[in-house]
Every structure is written in C-alpha cells, then in structure tokens.
Design a protein around this ligand. Structure first.
Ligand SMILES: [Zn+2]
Length: 533
C-alpha cells in the first residue's frame, strides 16, 4: 500500500503547463503516480479539492544558514510552501572557519547572523554537523568568507599564494558537497576583488562542474556593468551564473528594468548559462555599515571604528555619498527611506527611520549612521526603500526570472523573531502567488509556479525535484489559490503567510492543515559533478 494519496486537486506540475485535475500518490520519499481518478488505497488520504497541488517551492537565494541551526523547523519558509533552500549567498558562508578566525567572522556577520555561534570548522565538518531541518538545503561557499580567511579585510589583490589558498579552500568545499561559490562584490572585502580574481575561482568551479551565484558589484548606477561582469564570468568559463536579487536601486536608475532584463535575456538566447532571481518588494535590507563607502571597512572592524570617530573622515564620507549616493544603493529620495530593522543598541527603535532619528537628535543623518555603527560595532541592520515599484513589477512579471527571498527562515518567537526584519522572510512566495498573480495579473499561475519549481530546479541542475512526476522526490505544496497571501508587513513582519494547507518534504508531511507537525525530514543536498547526490 502507498503512503500518501493527495486526491482531487488541480495539479500544476512545475513545468509551466496549465493545471489538470489529478491525484498524486507518494510511496516513501518519492512520488509514484500522477493521474486522474487513481484507483488505489494509501495509508493516508489528503483531500485537495479546490486547491492547487504543486511541487514544493525552491527558494533559490537565501541566507537561512544563519538561522536554521536555531530554527530547524524553518517556520517562515515552510509555511509559504518552501521545501528547498539554497544558502550561503552573497559571498557569505559560515564555513570554512580557520583556527583563530571564528570571532572575526562572527564580528563580520554580526548584522546578518546574530543568532549563530561561529566555530572553527572545515566545510566538510560543517556539512556533517548541519542539524536536521524541515527543508532541504543546498550549500554554497562564500567568496567573502574565503577572502576573510585568507587575507582579512585587506584592500588589495591577493598574492599568488593567497589565490592558491582560496582555491584550495574552494576545492575542499566542493569536494564536501557544496554546489558552488557565491560572491558579494558589493561589499568589503568582496568589493576589493578585481574581476580576474573571480574568473580565476570560476575556472576551479568549471573543473568541478560547480556553479557560481553573485550579488553583483553594483545594483545602483553601475548595475549594467555589474550584470555584464557576471555574464562575462559565464562566457569566459562556461560556469552557470545565478544573478541574485535582480534590481535597480537608486533614483537615477529607476525605469531601467526592461533594458536590464533585455540584456540578460539576450545573453540567455546566445546560449550563455545565466539565470537570475528576485524578491517582489521595493525595499532591500542590509547591515547599516554597508551604506557607507566600502573603503570605510578597509582593514577590518577596529580600523573602521577608529575612522568613524574622526570628523575629517566623516566629511569625506559625506562628500562621497553626495557625489555617488549610498554604497550599492545609490541615491534615495530621503533618509526616511532607511529604517532600523534589527539593532542591539537601538532595539526599541526598530521600524524608526534614520531621518526621524536625525531630526530628533538634531544632527546630520550620516552622523546618526556613523554613531550607530560605532555604538554596536556595525551590528545594526536596516531596511532601505530604494527601488521603483514599476521596475519591481517588470522583473517579477518576467516568466524566466526565478524567485528568491534573500532572507532567513525565521519564526515569530525566539531569537529569529526579534526586531523588524524584512517581511520577505515570511511572505515572498505567497506574495508572488497572491498579490502578483491573483490581484495584479503580472503572471499566470503556472508561470509563477514554474519560476518557483521547475525553473529553479533547472537553474540548479536538479533533475528529480521541482516537478510533480513519477520518480521525483515527494516535495509537494498544497494551497488555496483564492486565499494564498503574504501577511507580513514592514511594521508587523513576523506574520506567517496564509493559504498553504499542506507541505510535504521528502514524503513526510511538515505542514498539516496549516500547522507545523514538527517533522524535520529535510536533507543537505550534496553536489558532485554538477548533480545532487
Ligand atoms: Zn545579496
């Protein structure tokens, strides 16, 4: 007898084709049958009438490696229907950590991973010790982490032996099962790397049939050149390139989405292996210190704090920002576009804008920024509304742009439920299906599901996830197309999405009648030769 029968739903199978009425049968960890009016029995039957039955969603760009060890139930994600998360993005990974380097990496990631304890580890040991979680995880090693382990926050090119050291650490991670390398070229120390440093590492990726994901060098005035740099890595090495959280940040570039999408689409049509993903919000989130010019962080934390105490340096920062906008984000309409998200020194100001804080204190907004960075050694995180809604909609509406939350698996209680982080942690996938499909008609439902499932699986080289078909892993999401919606807002972010009734991961029910069962059936998907083992 089979284990699970999902009966009477409208199956949207993840390939992009229209839905069809069918039953889905699961035995063990795999789907055995997808056919209408299946005649047979199973240990458990789930009634899916009036619901969509889809492959589990793949969140192709996340930072849940920073929270899954403390929130293994992956509440905010799995309640949206997410069954697989790609972690280690934007150049940040929690491994490897060389002897004596744990505190330095912890300081560096204080505004991103406040809940995580950093320990000395190899990448292999990190994967071996990764805890059981509700969702599957795909691991990447971060270029910023490799550079920190090799040359700290030095603002220069690596020597020949430093390059060899980074390559050796990369190979160790790939041999342990990492899918590939991520970069964060927007912020120090990734921003100190010239393009040839990345191409050199991508040649190592090519030899291992591994992949490359990039938070590109500039998402504001230089976004076209930055996207071209990423595409050039794919052209030079043949490595698949994933451009993370595609956006046009800063008022000067608003309105450019169609042109930017056109460039990437043209590369894809030439056969260049490049994909991109997006979260459907006009607001980004980042450590506050990353709004400052990247030279401020040169040499590491003590050097940064010493610099920010000097009036002359603050004047130089002011001049830089006046000339070229905020690092990575460009020009913003006002300092009321930046609000405190999570802050150890200003916990009661979560949600408050830098503009309000500056007026209240009677000082320049850049002095508020510098003072806060100094007060908590760079650990404050902010939200920044830096995109135009029309650009966001245009990118969401492109059927080939995949969906990535760029956020952590959080829960409404406990250490990951503090402050006012970006609501995309709780809402991304439900927002695409509710707001973007049902309310605004930016996409059809099969198109949107393809972006979250079959399209993402193809970009990752997964052949047996992301589709509902006999033989595939039983990652399944059942939702009501009339009620699925994001409920998390900037003011009230810790709210789970509505409308998802059942989520199955590797054949085990994790969300049952909208409630978490506590099951942790996720696996770390280890990659070898370009495929998940
Ligand atoms: Zn990023």
């Amino acid at each position: 007898m089979d284990d699970l029968l999902i009966r009477g739903g409208l199956v949207v199978d993840g390939t992009g084709v229209p839905g069809r009425p069918a039953d889905v049968v699961v035995s063990g960890e795999r789907i055995t049958t997808v056919e209408s009016s299946w005649r047979g029995d199973a240990r458990r039957t789930i009634d899916a009438r009036d619901r969509i039955v889809a492959p589990g969603f793949i969140d192709i760009h996340t930072h849940s490696d920073f929270t899954l060890p403390v929130n293994p139930r992956a509440e905010s994600k799995v309640r949206q229907g997410v069954t697989t998360e790609v972690v280690g993005n934007c150049g940040f990974s929690a491994a490897p950590v060389l002897p004596g380097m744990a505190a330095m990496l912890g300081d560096y990631l204080a505004a991103s991973a406040p809940a995580l304890t950093f320990r000395e580890t190899t990448f292999a040991r990190y994967l071996d010790e990764f805890p059981p979680t509700a969702v599957n995880t795909i691991m990447q090693v971060g270029h910023n982490t490799l550079r920190l382990m090799t040359m700290g926050m030095d603002r220069r090119a690596p020597t020949r032996s430093e390059r060899a050291h980074m390559e050796a650490l990369l190979i160790e991670a790939l041999e342990a099962g990492a899918m590939g390398l991520s970069s964060g070229l927007f912020t120090a120390p990734g921003s100190y790397a010239e393009p040839d440093e990345i191409v050199g590492l991508a040649r190592v990726l090519a030899r291992h049939e591994a992949r490359y994901a990039s938070h590109v060098r500039d998402e504001a005035d230089g976004v076209f050149d930055a996207v071209r740099e990423a595409i050039a890595v794919a052209e030079a090495t043949g490595v698949h390139v994933q451009i993370g959280h595609l956006k046009l940040s800063g008022t000067a570039g608003w309105g450019g989405a169609a042109k930017l999408l056109g460039e990437i689409d043209a590369a894809r049509r030439r056969g260049v292996p490049v994909d991109c993903d997006q979260y459907p919000y006009d607001t980004a989130t980042n450590p506050l210190r990353n709004l400052l010019p990247s030279w401020v962080q040169e040499g590491g934390l003590p050097a940064m704090l010493e610099r920010l105490a000097q009036p002359a340096i603050r004047a130089r920062i002011r001049a830089d920002v006046a000339r070229s906008g905020l690092n990575n984000f460009g020009a913003i309409p006002s300092w009321d576009a930046v609000r405190i998200a999570v802050s150890p020194t200003l916990p009661d100001e979560a949600g408050q804008t830098i503009g309000v804080l500056a007026r209240r204190r009677g000082v320049d907004p850049l002095d508020v920024v510098s003072d806060v960075v100094v007060a908590d050694r760079g650990a404050t995180r902010i939200l920044i509304t830096s995109m135009a809604e029309a650009d966001v909609d245009a990118i969401t509406g492109a059927p080939w742009v995949l969906v990535g939350s760029d956020e952590n698996a959080r829960e409404a209680h406990g250490v990951t439920g503090r402050g006012k982080p970006h609501p995309r942690a709780y809402g991304t996938f439900a927002r695409v299906l509710g707001r973007c499909v049902r309310e605004r008609g930016l996409l059809t439902l099969p198109q949107a599901i393809f972006k979250m499932t079959g399209g993402a699986a193809a970009a990752l080289g997964l052949t047996d996830r992301g589709v509902l078909a006999p033989g595939a892993w039983a990652d399944i999401t059942i939702f009501d197309p009339l009620t699925i919606a994001d409920q998390a807002t900037y003011d009230d972010p810790h709210r789970y999405a509505a409308g998802v009734s059942t989520v199955v991961v590797n054949g085990t029910v994790v969300i049952d009648g909208g409630a978490h069962t506590g099951a942790l059936p996720g696996r770390v998907l280890r990659f070898r030769g370009g495929a998940a083992a």
